[in-house]
Design a protein around this ligand. Structure first.
Ligand code: S3P
Length: 172
């Protein structure tokens, strides 16, 4: 069983995953961190400098493949995993369920206002078109949609853990 968090940059995947991990006593897997390990880098800017977005996307596919058989873990994905369906297919193996952290673009921009760590969130207009492009993909790949507006990471984590316990998903 895996809880997989998907959603745009700045929707709180990392914080929510950490909360879920401590609630369920499950390890938390941070995909961006695994990208750094595999590409021998320390930041997304370094990944992009080394091999562009393509290096990130190829590495994500390799990582998703290795995570296919992960058991009882919370996976915090990079927001771009939905760009390649194969990632979602791998991650969903062995009873992996995706939870989409869905928030408005204005909430996201407010949260990322002082953040300089994301190469794909430099220009607000460009980020908005990426957001619009990605929205239907998150919708398509979400087993469960979680509205994040005006909720703390802890509240969102509780919602996901409750849905998971109630078996709000198939195949348990
Ligand atoms: C990206 C999102 C980032 C990171 C990279 C690219 C994207 O992850 O993987 O900067 O394509 O939207 P977060 O969702 O953790 O910000």
């Amino acid at each position: 069983m895996k809880i997989i968090l998907i959603g745009f940059m700045g929707t709180g995947k990392t914080s929510v995953a950490t909360q879920i991990g401590s609630m369920l006593q499950w390890p938390v897997i941070e995909m961006d961190q695994l990208v750094f390990e595999r590409t021998n880098t320390k930041s997304m800017h370094e990944v992009f400098a080394k091999g562009g977005e393509l290096l990130l996307r190829e590495t994500e596919i390799e990582i998703s493949k290795t995570l296919a058989t992960a058991e009882n873990s919370v996976i915090s994905t990079g927001a771009g995993v939905v760009m390649n369906k194969i990632n979602v297919d791998y991650l969903r193996q062995c009873n992996g369920k995706t939870f989409w952290l869905n928030g408005s673009f204005s909430t996201i921009t407010a949260r990322l206002a002082d953040d300089t760590s994301r190469p794909l969130f430099k220009d607000v207009a460009e980020a908005k078109s990426l957001y619009d492009f990605r929205l239907p993909l998150y919708l398509k790949y979400a087993d469960t949609t979680v509205n994040i507006e005006n909720k703390s990471a802890e509240a969102i984590a509780h919602e996901i853990v409750n849905a998971h316990r109630k078996g709000h998903h198939h195949g348990e």
